[in-house]
Design a protein around this ligand. Sequence first.
Ligand code: ADP
Ligand code: MG
Length: 475
Amino acid sequence: IFERVKSKLKAKLGSEVYSSWFGRLKLDETSKSIVRLSVPTAFLRSWINNHYSDMIAGLWREEDEQVLKVEIVFRSASRAVRPVCDAEATPRETRALARDKPVFPVGNTVQDKKAPAHFADRSQNSVFGSPLDPRYTFDTFVDGTPNRVALAAARTIADAGASAVRFNPLFIHASVGLGKTHLLQAIAAEALKRPERARVVYLTAEYFMWRFATAIRDNNALSFKEQLRDIDLLIIDDMQFLQGKSIQHEFCHLINTLLDSAKQVVVAADRPPSELESLDPRVRSRLQGGVALEMISPDYAMRLEILKRRLVAAQAEDHSLDISPEILDHVAQSVTGSGRELEGAFNQLLFRQTFEPNLSVDRVDELLSHLMRGGEAKRIRIEEIQRIVARHYNVSKQDLLSNRRTRTIVKPRQIAMYLAKMLTPRSLPEIGRRFGGRDHTTVLHAVRKIEDIVGKDQKLSQELELLKRLINDQA
Ligand code: ADP
Ligand code: MG
């Protein structure tokens, strides 16, 4: 099978790309459902994992349906481990990078669609950045005890002139949905308003990787690096996803340069710097040298305020919308998770209202049970979600986990990923792994996509509610 998969890969990618990435791929071991392949460098491992794992897993499943997962590991052999921050891609890898077509989604979030091209507008040499969501500003960010310090630090940085570097680097960490991205983008949006701070770059770690890989491919890594070193404020989101030795090596230089010339750096991740294990130790220690602040879950007062502001914003677009104060208060009391869950609850209620006016508190409990305190305790399993969704749409579970792109399979697959995100505490990468080794950006895309449609499509919304009920009943 390994040989067949390899030759299919070769046919797909062309022998040049194939041999640079997969020439040294070895079969380590297979069990019934897991295949382990190894490569000789950590760089190759993370590159293949990020770019080709879906493809390989898909090809493998064409040969053997039982295989759920294909793992790529680093075979350390007896070879000495290369020193860390200097462990650049080997010349061979660098050449391969230059040939390879990055298969990263362009702009790594669905925010792309609506985002204004702030950076391109502001900067002479069209610097770049991940798109900013216009809703994420300080005005819309609710202040409360759990995030007061982080907010104050963020404001100080946004307001400071180019030379007044206060907390450097500022490191913000919190688990998903607690407002990191919102706060970081608020800093960027605010700082961009100031002429003396026009060179502001907000990048997700993944977008950074993608840009870097593209620049290498197009032979302008040098100018890319120069552009980056010539900015006043660098904001990096989701740092936990920064992978790959050569990219970390570049990042290491970049942040050293910026910090040494007293340029502000702000970084966010889902864990504190000390726990970013996959990160180059030198980058980590640089990050630890600044100020690290944690954001924690919003308290009741904040939750209520967030809901109220959402309502005002929704009403600005459609006057007929309303949710009673009693219900808002009830939701603030009972949906105690992250800002994202609150947002989900709010959107569902708003949507419900349009064809079921005068919702009672009991009905709200019913509708939102999966987001309320008890919801998680029931421990819903991803396998169960897959099983129920597959059955509902009359597809096989294998199809759901496969790489097939038929519409009839893509939609149930996206719904299942969305439900896995909404109904379980699993992270995006974890969900990706459980869906046949997909990348977390694929999961994120699915979640955003369904979220997008659900507000507009009554039929889908009803289907989702039915599915949630089926899943909850099983748990
Ligand atoms: P993270 O990046 O930490 O995963 P996000 O910034 O994406 O979280 O926040 C998730 C959602 O919750 C967003 O819609 C965000 O606007 C909202 N949110 C989180 N905290 C706040 C807050 N303090 N005020 C207003 N909205 C918030
Ligand atoms: Mg975020």
